[in-house]
Write a protein that binds this ligand. Structure first.
Ligand code: PXP
Length: 237
């Protein structure tokens, strides 16, 4: 089974545009789960451009599924995710200014740093995931680090999919098979949508979880959140 974790950053982006409380993040968390989401993902950034620190603490008691928090492992970030007891933490190598995640970790270059962070999180009962490109060398590094999971950065799949879906999925199948043989579970995310999700699901049978935000929230503008979540869930069958 591949779980759908809904990334709600964009709902916070909309709320912050006016500086008020509409749309309400807490309602979004409750409703996404009511409509079938099997997890909630957030990516609190240091500049609080969408999810704020306050949101992180307010969301936690509303989680009935799985709370996945993404971010760069700064001291402040680690303290927060340990305090709120996230179910899963996905480490991304983002700089402060970055618009969105646009590359995976160089796991070998950051080996000792990531090893330390991963063991700190695991000691606190948090499942870990490291954001990586579909690259065998990076996955070997992830295995050496001892992470529970990797999250495959799927932007290159999504951009090639409309042109040549067979070629688009190749590297990902290879990476997922390689990781599976090392007993690392696999998540995937970035630019997944109603067109490209089902193909990925069929080609990567050991896909544990997808986290989807931008396209899903955009679809919800036209279809409504409930129908949209149902449609994404149908892609994972
Ligand atoms: N995974 C990571 C690490 C991300 O940073 C993001 C965007 O916040 C996603 C997945 C979801 O990407 P998208 O918003 O394109 O669905």
């Amino acid at each position: 089974m591949t779980r759908l974790s809904v990334n709600i950053n964009k709902i916070a982006t909309l709320r912050n545009a006016r500086g008020g409380k509409i749309p309400c993040i807490k309602d979004a968390v409750v409703n996404c789960q009511k409509f079938g989401a099997q997890g909630i993902t957030i990516h609190p950034r240091p500049d609080e451009r969408h999810i704020t620190r306050k949101d992180v603490y307010e969301i936690k008691p509303l989680i009935t599924t799985e709370f996945n928090i993404e971010g760069y492992p700064s001291e402040e970030f680690l303290k927060m995710v340990i305090e709120v007891k996230a179910d899963q933490v996905t480490l991304v190598p983002d700089t402060r200014e970055q618009l969105t995640s646009d590359h995976g970790w160089d796991t070998w270059k950051n080996l000792s740093f990531l090893k330390e962070v991963i063991s700190q999180l695991q000691e606190n009962g948090i499942r870990t995931s490291i954001f990586v490109d579909p690259n065998i060398n990076a996955i070997e590094g992830a295995a050496e680090i001892g992470t529970n999971r990797i999250e495959l950065y799927t932007e290159s799949y999504a951009s090639l999919y409309p042109i040549d879906k067979n070629r688009a999925i190749e590297k990902f199948v290879e990476a997922a098979t390689f990781a599976g043989n090392l007993d690392i579970d696999i998540n995937a995310g970035h630019d997944l949508n109603l067109e490209n999700l089902n193909y990925m699901y069929h080609k990567i049978p050991n896909l544990a979880e997808v986290s989807i935000g931008h396209a899903l929230i955009a679809d919800a503008l036209y279809l409504g959140l409930e129908t949209t979540i149902q449609k994404y869930l149908a892609c994972l069958k």
